[in-house]
Design a protein around this ligand. Structure first.
Ligand SMILES: [Zn+2]
Ligand SMILES: [Zn+2]
Ligand SMILES: [Zn+2]
Length: 375
């Protein structure tokens, strides 16, 4: 009998994403199509260490008039153009009226705060360029902000000295980084964002539901079981250390998508010990360096952390397993990207190169030095 895994290398098929309860169409036979793409020369970084026109560099003025301090490590401030605000008019849906139209035209108010986190003072150093201690500072800043927004009854709650005290109890905090013009990020200064809201957004809500349902059915954690399965199969691993595992997930949509999982079951950042934080810094460094080396360019991506909601119920805490998603758009070179269009908008996402092929390429790359340092 033919090996079932090998058959999937040749036939079109769908793969199930147990986190989102969704499917992706995989068409490996299409990777055999001839590729006419140009070979591009490595793009060398020409950014200065400091840019007088950058609103994120130390000492510079920002759009709304405030000036950045001459920060030495990470620096956090409330976004001058936040997507959600703490102060706004109250809104209550009208009661009565037509039941169908109130169902069809639903809305709820969302309050929140959007922070910007500058990863480091140097305008030209991305996560791939930073030494481990600098990445550890970023993880510690993420943790500090998360802790300061927990309910005061949570044992991990700790007010942060340099950030405003929240005026509401927020439900969820999304920590993320949008890197590169391809991802709509206009400022190259290495920075991330932290949005905290009174509502639980769609993606984490969907994942929590799947994880909670899985826990009830199997009496175990979906992502712990996934770590065991991937560790045993060893077909999609990009990088691992004692405490973290990076894989191109079985159900990846983006060509070089990565799921970074903590090996021990941790619900949120404050549960990470010192060695877990340094292991996470190493894993982030390894992933971003390999990404840069793949097409010899400063690799664009959206990356973010999924962890327990701030106001998690006991059930949600049990269901949560800290992980990071890396969603990079590039497909074949520094300029040829994948678009989610056509069939993907109207039917379901589709990919050509298999997650196993993508993992082989990323695994083989140097995670030791960045291509730009080699130039
Ligand atoms: Zn800058
Ligand atoms: Zn787990
Ligand atoms: Zn997730």
């Amino acid at each position: 009998m033919a090996d079932a895994g090998k058959i999937l290398d040749d036939i079109s098929h769908r793969r199930f994403n147990p986190l989102r309860n969704s499917w992706v169409l995989v068409s490996p036979h299409r990777t055999k199509r001839p590729w006419q793409g140009q070979h591009e020369a490595p793009s060398k970084s020409t950014l200065p260490e400091y840019d007088a026109g950058c609103y994120l560099c130390p000492g510079n003025a920002r759009a709304a008039g405030d000036s950045n301090p001459k920060y030495q490590s990470t620096f956090v401030f409330v976004n001058d153009y936040s997507a959600v605000k703490e102060e706004q008019q109250d809104y209550t849906a009208e009661v009565g009226g037509d039941e169908k139209s109130s169902f069809l035209l639903q809305a709820e108010a969302v309050k929140g705060i959007c922070f910007v986190i500058c990863f480091n003072p140097k305008h030209n150093l991305t996560l791939a360029d930073l030494p481990s201690p600098s990445i550890i500072s970023i993880i510690q800043t993420w943790t500090t902000i998360y802790r300061s927004h927990l309910p005061p009854t949570n044992p991990h709650y700790l007010p942060a000295p340099n950030t405003p005290t929240p005026t509401s109890q927020y439900s969820y905090m999304q920590i993320f980084e949008n890197k590169g013009v391809a991802m709509g990020c206009s400022n190259p200064h290495p920075h991330g964002q932290i949005w905290t809201t009174t509502t639980l957004p769609e993606e984490p809500s969907l994942e929590l539901l799947s994880m909670s349902t899985y826990r009830k059915k199997h009496n175990s954690c979906l992502l712990c079981d996934y770590v065991s399965t991937e560790t045993e199969k060893r077909e999609r691993i990009v990088f691992e250390n004692a405490l973290w595992l990076a894989v191109v997930p079985w159900w990846a949509i983006w060509p070089f998508e990565i799921l970074l999982l903590s090996k021990p079951c941790k619900a949120c950042l404050p549960q990470l010990g010192e060695s877990e934080v340094s292991g996470l810094a190493e894993a982030i460094s390894q992933i971003t360096k390999r990404y840069d080396n793949l097409f010899e360019t400063s690799f664009p991506y959206s990356m973010g952390i999924h962890q327990a909601p701030l106001d998690a119920t006991e059930e949600q805490k049990l269901a949560s397993h800290l992980h990071l998603h890396f969603y990079p758009p590039l497909l074949r070179s520094a300029t040829v990207r994948k678009f989610l269009v056509g069939y993907e908008m109207l039917a379901e996402p589709q990919r050509d190169i298999t997650p196993e092929q993508a993992a082989v390429r990323l695994r083989a790359l140097s995670g030791v030095r960045c291509y730009r340092q080699a130039l």
